[in-house]
Design a protein around this ligand. Structure first.
Ligand SMILES: [Zn+2]
Length: 198
């Protein structure tokens, strides 16, 4: 299993120390497809999976789902998160055991999902369906200072339930692909993302 460079208290201390008033972008890989993004003292989580819920779910089967990376931090300790994304409904991208504690300790947390997944997300997290901000492909929404645009993802097929997100903040753009294979039009997508900036 991949060991994090920093975890628990050391990881949190690193995030706190980095939290400065400037336009630097800081990004921590949280294992699996999860990232923490810090910009202008605001914090975004992309597809966090900070539990062992899949290991437990598949323990009695012949399809083991052990984490690739050791957990970086208990989600109940992330009390500074402004917005979280979920690229699709697979548990390692939409994990109630991660998101429930995050919602509890971040009462103002906002969430960005594919428009097609809003009801599924609301059911899994036991929240009102109006809570997740649902984006169809090509649509954008802002949670200042971040602006999110949903882009297609082919998780094997291109479907409305699988997306990636382009996140713009200040001079920066991040492409979080979600789970996707290469697909026809991806190169044009890259050019379109570049065009957003210029
Ligand atoms: Zn997946």
């Amino acid at each position: 299993m991949i060991q994090p460079v920093l975890k628990d208290e050391d990881f949190l201390a690193d995030v706190r120390a980095a939290n400065q008033d400037n336009d630097d972008l800081r990004l921590w890989w949280l294992g699996q497809s999860g990232f923490l993004v810090q910009f202008q003292r605001k914090h975004l989580l992309l597809d966090p999976y900070l539990s062992d819920s899949l290991t437990k779910k598949y323990a009695a089967t012949d399809k083991s789902h052990v984490r690739m990376t050791e957990r970086v931090v208990d989600p109940a300790r992330l009390d500074f998160i402004d917005v979280v994304t979920s690229s699709h409904n697979h548990t390692d991208h939409l994990d109630a055991e991660t998101l429930d504690p995050l919602l509890k300790i971040n009462p103002r947390l906002q969430m960005i999902v594919a428009a097609a997944n809003r009801d599924f997300v609301a059911t899994r997290l036991r929240v009102d369906p109006s809570f997740p901000i649902g984006l169809p492909d090509g649509a954008s929404a802002a949670v200042v200072p971040f602006r999110f645009t949903a882009v297609p993802a082919a998780h094997e097929e291109l479907t409305p339930e699988t997306v990636g997100f382009v996140v713009e903040c200040g001079p920066w753009s991040i492409y979080h692909s979600g789970d996707t294979m290469l697909y026809g039009g991806m190169a044009e997508l890259g050019r379109a993302i570049a065009a957003i900036r210029h």
